[in-house]
Design a protein around this ligand. Structure first.
Ligand SMILES: Cc1ncc(COP(=O)(O)O)c(C=O)c1O
Length: 413
């Protein structure tokens, strides 16, 4: 997939061209890429073209006509994370991908799930649901006292102690810019032969991701955040080992399995066993276009620019009286979270909206461990991406400074 402005092989970020390729840049200061990135024109066009084709020749006929491009979704995601297309399944969301993967593990009472205190809210709820239904035990590895994320050595000791059925780690949580050491954890899992599931929802599209280097058996992500794909999309990576050992989702359909005899079905050999018959093809083609677009821009330059914009913002916010930035770790991702004195959450976000700045709120409910440790009830999250500018960062910081000042004055009166 090539656009006029971004050609494969060019690693230079041509900001003007990238912004011209992004219609939303003209309308908003979009600092909510951790919620949903702005679509690039080729992504939008791929989706519109397919909807048009469906309307013109029929839905089944349209997907048949686009079979090659559909196949490219798997090839593009495989290129993005360093595996074969056969290891990739499309999903309707990261959570859909994650729960399908969990459903493939035949948990029994007293199995241990070892996770972290910063894993995503819906994953934590899923673990508790498994505890309620199957009696599994959920163990949380401790964090370093300095807020720099999970203590890998302590986690490895828990691996040796419990021999968990599953080790589950979120690379970058939704509620802060913390980056967890997933490859280090993966080395311990490999050494001990443990099943390892990584939630890379906030890191795919922001950093180069290599499943071999991470050493994970399963990896899940959405396409809509830093990958800049459409809403209602995600994917699941499953390793050859997972396929070979016969893991299959609890509910497998006529696409994931063949009904080979009256009382027998046979799962397909590839990750397609985690998919279903029906696909939103325009969405899938949009995801293929988004993955090709990210590859053409270059994950290395993206990973150099995006967290750096986040760092610039964090630094400016930290200097504002009444603002406390909350992201831990030596090199946080471009998810910048902070609390601000004198404001309630909704009015503060609305004040940002009114200035044309897109942002997101996080609440204690999203991060029961992290927000309790940090003693915060809520935070605003700002998440720039490579197509944002330094000037936008400064504009956003100036808006927060102004609001912090007025919030402070209100609180004092
Ligand atoms: C770290 C993380 N994991 C998983 C998810 C869930 O993604 P989805 O909404 O596509 O299910 C999110 C969404 O914010 C997330 O930030």
């Amino acid at each position: 997939m090539e656009s006029a402005s971004v050609r494969a092989g060019e690693s230079l970020l041509d900001l003007a061209a990238l912004r011209a390729d992004t219609p939303g840049c003209e309308k908003v200061v979009h600092f909510n890429n951790a919620g949903c990135g702005l679509l690039a024109r080729p992504v939008l066009q791929a989706m519109l073209d397919h909807l048009h084709l469906e309307a013109t020749i029929g839905g089944y006929e349209a997907s048949a006509a686009m079979a090659e491009q559909v196949r490219d979704f798997y090839a593009a995601i495989a290129d993005l994370i360093g595996c074969r297309p056969e290891n990739i399944a499309f999903a309707g969301s990261a959570t859909h991908a994650y729960t399908k993967a969990l459903s493939a593990i035949p948990f029994v009472a007293d199995d241990v799930i070892l996770t972290t205190r910063n894993d995503f809210i819906s994953n934590q709820i899923a673990f508790m649901a498994l505890r309620r239904r199957f009696g599994v035990t959920v163990v949380h590895a401790p964090d370093h006292a300095d807020g720099s994320g999970v203590d890998v050595e302590a986690m490895a000791a828990l691996m040796r102690q419990h021999r968990p059925r599953l080790v589950a780690v979120t690379h970058v949580p939704t509620n802060s810019g913390l980056v967890q050491p997933i490859a280090e954890i993966g080395r311990h899992c490999r050494e001990l032969g443990l099943l390892y599931l990584v939630d890379a929802c906030q890191s795919v599209g922001q950093y180069p991701i290599d499943v071999e280097e991470i050493g994970c058996d399963v990896l899940t992500a959405t396409c809509r955040k830093f990958l800049r794909g459409p809403r209602g999309s995600g994917f699941l990576y499953v390793s050859d080992r997972v396929l070979r050992e016969g893991y299959e989702p609890l509910f497998i359909d006529m696409y994931g399995a063949r009904w080979v005899e009256a009382d027998r079905y046979q799962p397909v050999d590839t990750a397609a066993r985690f998919e279903e018959w029906e696909f939103p093809y325009s969405t899938l083609l949009g995801c293929a276009a988004a993955a090709r677009y990210a590859l053409a821009v270059g994950l290395e330059p993206i990973s150099l620019r995006t967290p750096t914009l986040g760092a610039r913002l964090r630094e400016r916010l930290a200097a504002i009286p009444g603002v406390r930035t909350l992201d831990g770790g030596p090199s946080p991702a471009a998810l910048v979270t902070f609390e601000i004195k004198g404001w309630r959450p909704q009015p503060f976000k609305q004040a940002m909206d009114a200035r044309g700045i897109n942002s997101a709120l996080s609440f204690r409910e999203f991060a029961q461990y992290d927000f309790v440790d940090k003693d915060v009830e809520w935070a605003l999250r700002l998440s720039p991406h490579y197509y944002n500018t330094e000037e936008e960062v400064d504009t956003v910081a100036a808006a927060v400074a102004e609001l912090a000042h007025s919030g402070f004055s209100t609180a004092l009166t």
